[in-house]
Design a protein around this ligand. Structure first.
Ligand code: DGP
Length: 111
């Protein structure tokens, strides 16, 4: 499988790494849409959220808690955490990822 985010997780693809532990990796988005724009991924290759299973419950919780930890670390008061599930929703990389964005005003509903 040729997955760019698996490459970032295993270090074979360069990125601006922000955080890593045994299950979760966070790095700067290559094409930032906000002053702070990080991507959080599970090391495990899950293509998108609707491919996750009950067995991934703990892992998904860990990703969310890393988001909280990074928000605290970067002193983000207001932030947006979002995942695009499928091309129609804007997903361009088929490895589950959460965008953690902050530093500007966000519109709702999202475009
Ligand atoms: P999405 O459209 O939701 O699948 O978001 C994919 C994001 O991934 C997009 O904002 C750009 C970012 N991205 C794509 N390739 C790379 C890469 O090689 N390195 C980094 N750091 N980010 C990438």
């Amino acid at each position: 499988m040729n997955c760019i985010f698996c490459g970032i997780a295993d270090g074979s693809v360069k990125s601006q790494l922000i955080y890593e532990d045994e299950d979760v990796v966070a790095f700067k988005d290559l094409n930032p849409q906000a002053p702070t724009h990080l991507l959080l991924i599970p090391r495990k290759h899950i293509a998108r959220l609707d491919q996750a299973s009950e067995d991934d419950a703990l892992l998904l919780g860990k990703v969310l808690l890393v988001a909280k930890k990074l928000a605290q670390q970067f002193d983000l008061k207001d932030f947006r955490l979002v995942t695009n599930n499928g091309k129609g929703a804007g997903q361009s990389v088929d490895h589950l990822h959460f965008h953690l964005m902050a530093g500007r005003r966000f519109l709702w509903p999202a475009g």
